[in-house]
Write a protein that binds this ligand. Sequence first.
Ligand code: ZN
Length: 132
Amino acid sequence: MPIRKSDYPSDWLDISMQVKADAGWRCEWCGAPHKRVIERDSLDPSGWKTIDWLYETDGRLVDTGTLTWKRLRFHGLTRVILTTAHLDRDSTNNTRENLAALCQRCHLRHDIRHDRCRQPPPRTDQGGKKTI
Ligand SMILES: [Zn+2]
């Protein structure tokens, strides 16, 4: 969903920072910590572990905090970036109950779930078969 800056109040950054601080700078759904490098558990959608160091392909031990997004992705890792989500998807509803600090993964999942619900039913022909 495109973001319309005009839907957000002028103090949105302050609101967003407070939501993240209230959440202890962790995703409220999966607990992933803001700005830390993590490896997701492929079998458990909410599972993860922090990875602070790893051996690069040339054998060097490196601090994962220094790696680019491209190198993190190469190693199957990601850096958590907390976002502030509108749970009802109404960006003008900034009540505290409607806001949650979510990592990028949980935020996308929330948006996808919501967008699926908003999609019109698939078109069908008169026989009930789906059409493109
Ligand atoms: Zn999360």
